[in-house]
Write a protein that binds this ligand. Structure first.
Ligand code: MG
Length: 319
């Protein structure tokens, strides 16, 4: 059923759907009034596309606007939600802060993503940018970085702080660790090893996953943490190639999946996962879910959870 929410509808109104780029495909659908507006049965054979939607009443018609219809045999379950840089959007928590991690854990979303840099003397720090308050983390010592403050007043966290929280948390939410791209491949390999060692020492191997723009870093993760999901972020590489390197997922920008929707099935056929970043518009969340994507990384985990719930329920009821 196609549901249109609104007021002013009358018994006998007809919804006219006209394919935007092919006006010969026009469907007139008798409506029934509902509490929220009107509902109409979709005709057999209607195709996916952008349609002009008009209400026809007797000899008069009123254009409502454009509507995008997606035709599918089966509604997929909702994509899992990963809070990008923690859950910070609706609170005063800074991105990648302890507070943002705790918020994500409290939401019980699938994952909380965070970014890891190493200082020049091997301390693993949580920060998105290469610099914090003008100090380049990779080229600075721990002593030079450790007292820097985030916008919410917190001191820059270390990876160890996050692992300690994970250790005592009963939340099912996983920590998705992004190794930031350091200046050389050998540095990326070295830092990836150090990250896995810290995770193992904390005993939270089953609560983390790994991602990186560095292919060298991803390959190291796959070697050092076999059995844990490792996904490549940069895009431009088909799943089969990454599979050869032992990676278990693709985690690409939405533009990559628009250009290569076939990569979703290719990845799944290889037993690999698919993750899209960073999706904040609900229509994009729906489009990516329709494509069969497994995970959505978003700055809006609350909205993404609403979309996930909608799909989970619709896929069960078959509507
Ligand atoms: Mg990141």
């Amino acid at each position: 059923m196609y549901q249109l929410v609104g007021t002013g509808f009358k018994e006998g109104d007809v919804l006219r759907l006209q394919l935007k780029y092919n006006a010969s495909k026009t469907y007139d659908l008798p409506c029934t009034l509902t509490q929220m507006g009107v509902a109409a049965q979709m005709p057999e054979g209607i195709e996916t596309g952008s349609y002009r939607l008009t209400v026809v009443r007797g000899g008069e018609s009123q254009l409502i606007g454009l509507t995008n219809l997606v035709v599918m045999d089966q509604i997929p379950a909702g994509a899992q939600v990963i809070a990008h840089r923690g859950a910070w959007n609706t609170t005063n928590a800074s991105q990648n802060s302890v507070a943002s991690l705790k918020n994500a854990l409290a939401m019980n979303v699938y994952g909380s993503e965070t970014d890891v840099w190493s200082t020049s003397d091997g301390h693993l720090m949580i920060n998105h940018d290469a610099t914090i308050n003008g100090i380049n983390i990779e080229n600075s010592t721990y002593a030079q970085v450790k007292d820097q403050k985030l916008k919410n007043g917190e001191t820059i966290p270390q990876l160890q702080d996050f692992l300690n929280i994970l250790k005592t948390s009963t939340s099912p939410t996983k920590l998705v660790l992004e190794l930031k791209e350091h200046s050389t491949d050998s540095r990326n390999e070295e830092v990836a090893k150090a990250v896995v060692a810290a995770v193992k020492a904390a005993g939270v191997q089953d609560k983390v996953e790994y991602i990186s723009f560095s292919l060298a870093g991803c390959k190291t993760f796959a070697k050092e943490a076999a059995g844990t999901r490792v996904a490549y972020l940069k895009g431009g590489v088909a799943p089969a190639e990454l599979h050869q390197y032992g990676l278990t997922g693709i985690d690409y920008n939405i533009a990559e999946f628009r250009d290569h929707p076939e990569w979703v099935k290719q990845a799944h056929d290889l037993g690999m996962s698919t993750n899209v970043w960073t999706v904040d518009a609900t229509k994009d969340m729906a489009a990516m879910t329709n494509l069969g994507i497994d995970f959505i990384s978003t700055n809006k985990p609350t909205e993404a959870t609403v979309i996930k719930t909608y799909y989970d329920e619709a896929s069960k009821s078959g509507k």
